[in-house]
Design a protein around this ligand. Structure first.
Ligand code: FE
Ligand code: FE
Length: 176
């Protein structure tokens, strides 16, 4: 039987692995966001930006739980960012990434459960639901590009890249 401290360290380890995957996803999706914007696929760029923001919330949530457990949140990226992807590659790649993430997070959830941390189990359950929503979206766009090709993309070209969100940040919102 492992000690409480040993169990806690195992949970911190998987939460930090998850955080490093989120940090990589943030940078990956930001990279794709500005490339899609540059290609003038505004609607796709806007959704990609919103998904990058989701991943930032995930990275923060994992860090907050790591801190609660007395650990140090990692700033390590799980792998390098893939750059210069063509549009058909982007959506195949991202659907694969989300599918892998769901699988890995389910493994991490079991580690948290085995080590008696129900709070981290709940956190992972919530985040897995959101990764599923990301997968569903990426998979749908991937299918549209595969099935409709230029017919689909010509509808997207030139659309607005507005996210519909008021821009937020320390200076813009005037918080002090
Ligand atoms: Fe995420
Ligand atoms: Fe995701």
């Amino acid at each position: 039987m492992s000690t409480k401290e040993e169990r806690r360290q195992k949970v911190i380890e998987v939460l930090n692995k998850a955080r490093s995957m989120e940090l990589q996803a943030i940078h990956q999706y930001m990279n794709q966001h500005y490339n899609l914007d540059d290609m003038d696929y505004g609607e796709l760029a806007a959704k990609m930006k919103l998904i990058a923001i989701d991943e930032m919330r995930h990275a923060e949530a994992f860090a907050e739980r790591v801190k609660e457990l007395g650990g140090e949140p990692t700033d390590h990226l799980s792998k390098p960012v893939a750059k210069g992807q063509k549009i058909d590659v982007i959506y195949r790649y991202d659907a694969g990434e989300e599918d892998d993430t769901i699988d890995v997070y389910n493994q991490f959830l079991l580690v948290c459960r085995e080590n008696g941390d129900s709070i981290s189990v709940k956190l992972l359950e919530t985040i897995i639901d959101e990764e599923q929503a990301h997968f569903n979206y990426f998979d749908a766009v991937k299918d549209h590009i595969g099935n409709l090709g230029d017919t689909y993309l010509s509808r997207i070209a030139g659309t607005s890249s507005s996210t519909g969100l008021a821009p937020q940040g320390f200076v813009i919102t005037g918080q002090d």
